[in-house]
Write a protein that binds this ligand. Structure first.
Ligand code: ATP
Ligand code: MG
Length: 478
């Protein structure tokens, strides 16, 4: 059942109970008051009749019971005549409670008569066919006898009024229920409008329409719910966007990876086929096998780099204080055999809070790139200095440079500005992607400045250990 109908149904039930009960008590209260008044009237009349009977019987001789009985009958008949039109009936009985006089239509019921004890008026409500009476009874002391006087006052009107009251109230309740149901239906329709709008929004979103938002039409709790729902939908849309971006990036990655695999493999297969199908002279044989060897090496290099990136993505590091000197000496040793190109190192002594091997790998990659970008006789400068936050490195070359529009993309896996140039130098386009991952673990990032034909300057700053921890803590809190 719809929420709207539930509210409506319960409102009608509550209203029906409230109206029914209040009507019943109201009409009954009016009836009770009218009946009390009628009873008072009947009791008063009974006392007056008792007095009238006693007064009228004063002159009746007390010697003969028969005469007395006749006198009582006459007096009673007179009393009844005098009150004709009031609808009052009376019955007078003797000591044995035998009827001396009874009006036409007086009840045969003698239960009240049996209960009369003294001159206190007793009464009961009596129903005779469709009529209601107040039946009273009292003792009359006259002519040295105890007679019993009973009256019956017709109060059918009071009961009829009650029935009429109930009937009017029933009709009124019905009319009010119908009209209030219509009004409540309209009110509930307006009040539940935000719920309908929210339901529509959830359906649209479930069907994939993620940018659909529920319209907020009130500022109450339902309005707030709509607001929160929309905020949640925004967050959801952002997350979905991010996930889609990630999926796209992965697809690009796999595409690039497949392509990078295909190129060397095609060459390897081609040269291997040449070697096995033809007898080549010594020089061609050497060139072919050398090609297979270098392309194989490139594949091996690529697979190691990929492995490094994957491992780095999952790894948690434990930065240790390391003398900056260690990194510069390492670079010097690594490129000592490079006679044509020169590596200059200028650095301040200081402490770097890092994972030694990972940071060595970053510097090696950057210097390697710098040499690859430089001409045969090139110079690369590696600088190191202390900063407020930690220790900074900079690798500068005077090589080919990177075009501005490519700057954003060089850190993507498999991205190479000049593919043939990079491949000829065993490049796979993974070095900078690996550097980014390693620096991310150290809560650092690469800053690349470059000008085509002038050279490239890549720098990064490794924060102090304390800062690393603080940042990590904040990130977790968020
Ligand atoms: P790998 O490092 O995997 O052996 P790679 O050096 O080609 O291969 P990256 O180190 O990721 O890959 O560099 C990506 C690309 O960015 C390079 O192919 C090159 O085009 C460009 N690049 C990187 N460093 C420099 C630089 N110092 N000067 C000019 N271009 C650069
Ligand atoms: Mg590289």
């Amino acid at each position: 059942m719809k929420f709207l109908y539930k509210i409506l149904l319960w409102t009608i039930i509550t209203l029906a109970i409230a109206l029914g009960l209040s009507g019943y008590f109201f009409v009954n209260q009016v009836f009770e008051t009218a009946l009390d008044r009628a009873v008072d009237q009947a009791l008063g009349d009974s006392n007056i009749l008792q007095f009238a009977l006693e007064t009228a019987a004063l002159n009746v001789p007390t010697k003969y019971d028969v005469l007395q009985d006749i006198a009582v009958q006459e007096i009673s008949a007179n009393l009844e005549r005098s009150s004709q039109g009031s609808g009052r009936l009376l019955r007078v009985s003797d000591e044995e409670r035998k009827t001396l006089y009874a009006s036409d239509g007086f009840t045969e019921d003698e239960s009240l008569l049996e209960s009369i004890a003294d001159d206190t008026v007793i009464w009961q409500i009596l129903q005779q066919e469709d009529s209601y009476y107040i039946h009273t009874g009292i003792v009359v002391n006259t002519m040295d006898r105890n007679l019993y006087l009973e009256t019956m006052e017709n109060v059918t009107r009071v009961f009829d009024e009650r029935s009429a009251g109930f009937s009017v109230y029933r009709q009124m309740t019905l009319v009010m229920l119908v009209s209030s149901s219509v009004i409540m239906f309209l009110i509930c329709t307006v009040l539940t409008q935000p719920i309908r709008l929210l339901t529509r929004a959830t359906k649209r979103m479930a069907a994939g329409d993620y940018d659909y938002r529920a319209r907020q039409i009130s500022n109450d709790e339902l309005g707030q719910l709509t607001q929160h729902f929309n905020s949640m939908a925004n967050a959801l849309e952002d997350t979905i966007g991010e996930l889609r971006g990630e999926i796209r990036a992965r697809e690009d990655f796999i595409g690039a990876f497949a392509h990078e695999l295909k190129t060397p493999l095609t060459s390897i297969i081609g040269y291997a086929d040449l070697l096995r199908s033809r007898k080549l002279d010594e020089e061609k044989h050497f060139l072919s096998s050398n090609y297979i060897y270098t392309e194989g090496k490139r594949l091996e290099n690529m697979s190691f780099r990929l492995l490094d990136i994957i491992v780095t993505k999952r790894e948690q590091i434990d930065p240790q204080p390391v003398e900056a000197d260690i990194f510069f000496r390492y670079l010097k040793d690594m490129f000592a055999g490079n006679t044509e190109q020169e590596l200059y190192t200028i650095y301040d002594p200081g402490t770097v809070y890092a994972e030694v091997n990972l940071l060595k790998s970053v510097l090696l990659n950057l210097v390697d790139n710098a040499f690859k970008a430089s001409s045969q006789v090139g110079v690369v400068e590696v600088t190191g200095w202390n900063t407020e936050r930690g220790y900074a490195f900079q690798v500068k070359d005077f090589g080919v440079g990177i075009p501005e529009e490519e700057l954003q993309r060089v850190t993507e896996a498999f991205y190479m500005v000049d593919k043939s140039r990079s491949r000829s130098r065993n490049g796979a386009g993974l070095g900078l992607a690996l550097c980014v991952e390693i620096l991310r673990l150290h809560r650092s990032e690469l800053f690349i400045e470059s000008a085509v034909g002038e050279g490239t300057c890549i720098s990064f700053e490794i924060p102090k250990k304390q800062l690393v921890e603080e940042n990590g803590g904040n990130e977790e809190e968020q």
